[in-house]
Every structure is written in C-alpha cells, then in structure tokens.
Design a protein around this ligand. Structure first.
Ligand code: KG4
Ligand code: ZN
Length: 340
C-alpha cells in the first residue's frame, strides 16, 4: 500500500493567519483561518504592520488547532508547506519563519508555495475529477490573471491587469460609495437590490493584449459619477452604483475568459481568488460556460478567499515533482507565477 502524503500548510500573506492539513493533495483534513478583518475595518483597509503583529500572536495557536482538528500528530506529517510570496513582506515572513523552524525541528521537508498557485489549486479540493490542462481566471485583492494551466505547477499567463486588481477595484469603489471595508462582499450583497443597467460604466479593452484587464478607468468613472451627482445636488442610489459597477467588472471578466477559451480551444474553465466568491460572477460564468459548452469549476467561497488548504494542495503536487526548499527560503513580496 502506498504511504499517504500529509502536508501541513501555512498561509500568512495578507490578513488571514491560516493553517491546514491536506491528505494526498485533494482531501482537506482541517482548515483553520483566523481572520483579521474586524481589526483592519477600523482603518478602512489592511495595515501591514498590524497584520504582521497579529500573525505572530496567532500562528502558534492556528497551527496547533489545524493539527489537532485533523487528528494528526507531528510524526504523521510528511512535509511542511508555506506561502512565500507574493504578499506583504512582514506578513509573509511570519509564516515563512514559523514553517522553517517547524520543518527544521521536525526534520521534515520544506516546500515554499506561490500564493496564486495556491488559489488555482483550490479548485482541486472539491472537483476531484479536475485535471490540467484547463484555463483559470484568478481574481483576488492583489491579482487578476487569466492563466492557462498546462500541467500541475505549469502556467502560461495569457492576461493580467495593467493597473488595479479586480478585488482592489471592488474595495475602492465600496469605500467611495460609503460601504466600507471589505468592499467585495458588501458590493455583492447590496447589488442584489440595485439595477445593474442603471448607469453605463465603461468596459475597458487593452489595445495590445485582448486578454489583459484594466479597472482603474472604471474606478475613475464611478468617482466622476459620484462627483457629478454631488455637484448637481442629486441623491446617489448606492445599490444602483454598486450593481452597475459590478456588472461592468463581471462583463469584462466573462468576455475575456470566453474569448480566450475559444481561441485556445480549451473546454475546462475554473475561477479562483477572493472575487471568485462573488455570486453574480459565478452566475454569469455558469451561464456563459453552458452556452459555450465548457465545463465550469469553482471552489466553495471558503476556499476562494485566503486559506491554507489551497497551499497544501499546491504543495502536494510540488512535493511529488521533487520540489524542496532550503533553510534560506525567504519571503518574496513580488514573486512571479512560475518562478522558484
Ligand atoms: O484572495 P483574497 O482573499 O486575497 C488576496 O489574495 O488578495 O481576495 C480578497 C479580495 C478582496 O479585494 C475582497 O474585496 C474580494 O476578494 N472579495 C470579493 C468577494 N469576497 C471577497 N469581491 C467580490 N465579491 C465577493 N463576494
Ligand atoms: Zn489570496
């Protein structure tokens, strides 16, 4: 009988301190997430220094909880995995230092994981039949990437954002219309009461790469609309602005993805990252994929936003390929996808 590969994974790249235990790459035995959202809400966004300090306070307890919920002992663990980039350098350092100390003390292999590779791999958790090649749209607070997943750990980036990430646009617009932080889930909710066709916001196209994204023009259009309402003394309908903005983002994400699927002749499509938990995006993608006869995959919302289970899944495939990191593993805040 083949021995199980059990990965203990740690994620601390932004404002969640997370640890998980993953068996054989696809089975999540525990998934503990300590969110700092309430703390950062006070300041209207993530304060990096506060995030790092909170990670230090929480990480020990979160890792121990992940191990005990998985009903595992340290001896059962095959390898220790950790997100080492991209992200906030101080936040990443907490996870990386903790993982290194743990792996060293336990004499276990250490595997550094790319955060975006983790987001993409979240799709393997609940879709047991999903295997590369497939196309994946990664939309989070820091990234908007359209990626061809050629094989496990092998990526070709077809499109990326030229300015703001999709989640960043959600967060900035939410702040402008008085919804506060975190913007994505709040716009998602309030949009249900608004008319998505109330205001005609732009759908940007990038001239030299049809799969690249640009959301800063859309953000400016929303700000201009709010200013002009103020100048005319007109009341702003918050739900209409939210719904119209969200529709503009969703339209662009759907059309770019469907065009790329057609051009590259790929019949499997997945979404990932915090924005992938957006209910309107999920509905629109479901319909578009059905129309185009493409199989559509998405993680449950808990595996869309930052978590360590997705890091454990990505680490499993890296482990099988023989990837091991040394004690000089460092946090790399601007790590590129596909780099080691
Ligand atoms: O993947 P994630 O947890 O962290 C990063 O790696 O950035 O993504 C966080 C982003 C935030 O910008 C948040 O506003 C957005 O995902 N988000 C959403 C929703 N839930 C989270 N955006 C739109 N609709 C949602 N339901
Ligand atoms: Zn993330």
């Amino acid at each position: 009988m083949k021995k199980d590969i059990i990965i203990l994974a740690i994620e601390s790249s932004c404002d969640e301190t997370a640890a998980a235990v993953v068996k054989n790459g696809r089975e999540v035995l525990s998934n503990v997430i300590s969110s700092q959202i309430a703390l950062h809400t006070l300041y209207g966004g993530v304060v990096p220094e506060i995030a790092s300090r909170k990670h230090i306070e929480k990480i020990n307890q979160v890792v121990e909880q992940a191990l005990s919920e998985a009903q595992m002992t340290w001896e059962d663990i095959t390898a220790i995995a950790v997100t080492y980039g991209p992200g906030l350098v101080g936040a990443l350092l907490v996870g990386v230092s903790f993982a290194k100390a743990l792996a060293f003390a336990l004499k276990k292999p250490l595997i550094g994981v790319h955060h975006i590779e983790g987001h993409i791999s979240a799709n393997f958790i609940e879709n047991k039949e999903l295997e590369p090649p497939f196309m994946c749209l990664v939309v989070s607070g820091g990234h908007s990437h359209l990626v061809k997943v050629r094989d496990y750990g092998e990526y070709e980036i077809l499109g990326r954002t030229r300015d703001d990430a999709a989640g960043e646009a959600f967060d900035k617009v939410a702040r402008a219309i008085g919804l506060g932080y975190p913007g994505g889930p709040k716009i998602d909710k309030v949009s249900c009461e608004g008319n998505p066709d109330a205001i005609a916001f732009p759908r940007a196209k990038v001239a030299d790469n049809e799969y690249d994204f640009s959301f800063s023009g859309l953000k400016s259009a929303v700000l201009n609309y709010l200013n002009s309402c103020e100048m005319k003394g007109e009341k702003v309908n918050q739900a209409d602005v939210a719904a119209s903005f969200q529709k503009a983002v969703v339209d662009v994400l759907v059309s770019h993805s469907m065009d790329a699927l057609k051009k590259y002749d790929i019949d499997k499509f997945a979404i990932a990252g915090g924005v992938a938990s957006n209910t309107h995006l999920r509905t629109a993608m479901t319909e578009a994929c059905k129309k185009q006869q493409v199989a559509f995959y998405h993680p449950s919302p808990i595996f869309c936003t930052d978590n360590a289970a997705m890091i454990g899944v990505a680490a499993y495939y890296e482990y099988r390929k023989g990837v091991r990191h040394d004690w000089d593993l460092n946090a790399v805040p601007n790590l590129k996808l596909g780099e080691r």
